[in-house]
Design a protein around this ligand. Structure first.
Ligand code: BES
Ligand code: MN
Ligand code: ZN
Length: 527
């Protein structure tokens, strides 16, 4: 999708459809009347737009309610062929989180009508400095015009993606061109750069969704590695791919134990962003779980829903997508992306419950359940990242069903062993509009992964399953500041939403990219 920035007054813009957000500004209440009065406020200063919308508002057909859509053909006084008013909900809660959804919903609504281009008006109330007072009550960022433009572009890219690749009657319904209309008074250079950044980040998220969407017969560890390599070659990242022999040679006994049952060879993918002038430290390691199919192994999963386990490489795909955006945005920071790609299959060669494996770090692991494979591949991935010199670690994995039980499909789980590192990351979450909720890694949980015959077991049993999985990973990060993102519940959208298609979500890409840019701009207090 091509994106361009315009300062033409919205009414003068020739376009297939002019999209304007409408907010619900709570009506003044003078007489103590508690009735719920709506006062829709069109987010444009253009008088002709306000006039064109006046009848819809007078008729009560436009209230500003979140994602309410009204479409007017041949709006009088406008050069646009159509005017779409799209509700953004209560003005005081309106942040970049909502704005992305509006842009995504506009794209999805218009492309379903076979439109190929449109214009989106950046909300006029965001002009000028972000209001810190109103910001403090918001979970997500509401910056100035630059923030608006970036969020609109990100949301539009996300909305423009559909995963129905293998339908023989797939309709190529896509928006090819979007114009973003911003006030002439805003700093155009800053907006232009915000628009480009939004495009890079939105494309990276869709790149990840594309990888996650592929079924496991078309996305083996080998193919995933080839796709990563191709991306690295195109963007100028260094890339190394290792196979089973090297994994054994590195003594990655935990990683290899998962792969040994499969006819597909595993791949260890290493992608490096090492800008010439970047400081020696920190070095951020992004480690992703890349299980291209999780059958459970000998502890085999029930047939019902097993087809979904093609998305068990979503954490790895998020790291590949994030590295793509990092390569293009060029933050001055060293970042190493590592993906442990494997199938988890039952066979005569597969590992069995009761087996003991020695991880690369030397720790011995008693395998209780071969379906707890993600933590095994990550154990060696995290240790290897430290060996390569990473001073800070983030892993992303569709790790536990227990995390889905705890947080449902709204928030990812986030675990941290370092407060400063966590605090910095949560700032990036506010910018990215991705939802993650912190869960504990207290020492008291350590008892739950004790083994009779080895250092640890790979399954802590029924209770607190997301936490014991994180405790397992913690064994392999030592004192390195580390964040673990359990994205099992949010990597796949179970339903179509107005702003995003059912299927892979591309979660974590935006937060990781924001975080890397933030770290490059302002170093951590301690390295
Ligand atoms: N890939 C699964 C976790 C998962 C579940 C991802 C649902 C996405 C949706 C993981 O490898 C797994 O099987 N975990 C087990 C661990 C258990 C055996 C300790 C689980 O959560 O049941
Ligand atoms: Mn599993
Ligand atoms: Zn798994």
């Amino acid at each position: 999708m091509k994106t361009t920035l315009h300062t033409t007054p919205p009414s003068q813009l020739e376009t297939e459809c002019l999209v304007v957000p409408v907010l619900d500004v709570a009506a003044e209440n003078n007489n103590g009347d508690k009735s719920d009065k709506h006062k829709p406020q069109i987010q444009s200063d253009d008088k002709a737009v306000l006039e064109a919308a006046a009848d819809l508002i007078a008729a009560g057909e436009v209230t500003g309610k979140m994602l309410e859509i009204a479409l007017l053909h041949k709006p009088s006084g406008l050069k646009a062929k159509r005017l779409m008013l799209i509700g953004g909900g209560k003005a005081k809660n309106f942040s970049s989180y909502e704005l992305r959804k509006l842009a995504g919903a506009a794209v999805r609504n218009l492309k379903a009508k076979d439109l190929k281009s449109f214009a989106f008006v950046a909300p006029s109330s965001w002009m000028g400095q972000a209001d810190p007072a109103s910001q403090s009550t918001l979970a997500f960022q509401r910056g100035g015009m630059g923030d608006a433009v970036k969020s609109i572009v990100e949301g539009a890219f996300v909305g423009n993606f559909d995963p129905d690749y293998y339908k023989s009657d797939r309709k190529e319904q896509k928006i090819d061109e979007m114009v973003i209309v911003a006030p002439a008074a805003a700093n155009q250079k800053a907006l232009q750069s915000a628009m480009e950044q939004g495009g890079i980040i939105g494309e990276a998220q869709n790149f990840t969704r594309d990888l996650v969407n592929e079924p496991s017969n078309r996305m083996t560890p080998t193919i995933l590695a080839e796709r990563a390599k191709k991306m690295c070659d195109e963007t100028g990242l260094k890339c190394e791919i290792y196979g089973g022999d090297k994994i054994k040679e590195l003594k990655m006994g935990a990683f290899w134990s998962v792969s040994q049952g499969s006819d597909e060879e595993p791949r260890l993918i290493v992608m490096r962003h090492e800008p010439a002038g970047a400081p020696e430290k920190p070095v951020l390691g992004l480690v992703g779980k890349g299980i291209t199919f999780d059958s459970g192994g000998i502890s085999i999963k029930p047939a019902d829903g097993m087809e979904k386990m093609k998305y068990d490489m979503a954490g790895g795909a998020a790291m590949i997508g994030a590295m793509r955006a990092i390569a293009q945005l060029k933050p001055n920071l060293r970042v190493i992306g590592i993906v442990c790609a494997s199938e988890n299959m039952p066979s005569g060669k597969a590992q069995k419950p009761g087996d003991v494996q020695i991880a690369m770090s030397g720790k011995s692991i008693e395998i209780i359940n071969t379906d707890a494979e993600g933590r095994l591949v990550l154990a060696d991935g995290l240790h290897y990242a430290r060996q390569l010199g990473c001073t800070h670690l983030i892993d992303a994995a569709t790790l536990t069903g227990a995390c889905v039980v705890a947080l449902g499909m709204v928030n990812a789980g986030i675990f941290a062993n370092d407060e400063d590192f966590y605090e910095r990351f949560s700032k990036s979450l506010q910018k990215s509009g991705e939802k993650m909720w912190r869960l504990p890694v207290d020492e008291e949980y350590r008892d739950m992964i004790k083994s009779n015959i080895a250092d640890i077991v790979n399954s802590g049993g029924r209770w607190g399953g997301a936490v014991t999985a994180a405790m397992f990973l913690k064994e392999f990060v030592g004192d390195t500041p580390w964040l673990h993102l359990d994205i099992a519940g949010v990597a796949w959208m179970e339903e179509n939403k107005p702003w995003i298609a059912k299927g892979p979500s591309g979660i974590a890409v935006r937060s990781l990219v924001e975080f890397v840019r933030d770290l490059a701009a302002a170093p951590l207090s301690k390295n």
